[in-house]
Design a protein around this ligand. Sequence first.
Ligand code: SF4
Ligand code: SF4
Length: 88
Amino acid sequence: MAYKIKNDCNGCGACEPECPHAAIREGDVIYVIDTEKCTECVGSYPSSKCAEVCPVGAPAPDPRHKETKEQLLEKWCRIHPGETPKVF
Ligand code: SF4
Ligand code: SF4
């Protein structure tokens, strides 16, 4: 399931450099996540980096973008062709 940044975001920018897929960018009001690139950190880290570093708990799973672990790993492989995802 891709993550989404909730309106609680204060725009601090701490999450942006932590994403292994450069899926986070500054939006007009709050930071936003590209669902096509977010794997919930599956394949890169044991837990979601953006949620870990956010001081206000703004990143959260987006129920409108439900994906299985297998689908998230397939997405990871599309983003990193020729590389092998980490399994935790
Ligand atoms: S959950 Fe991971 S892959 Fe998704 S936006 Fe956050 S840091 Fe990036
Ligand atoms: S770390 Fe949290 S508060 Fe800071 S920009 Fe990212 S989502 Fe917003």
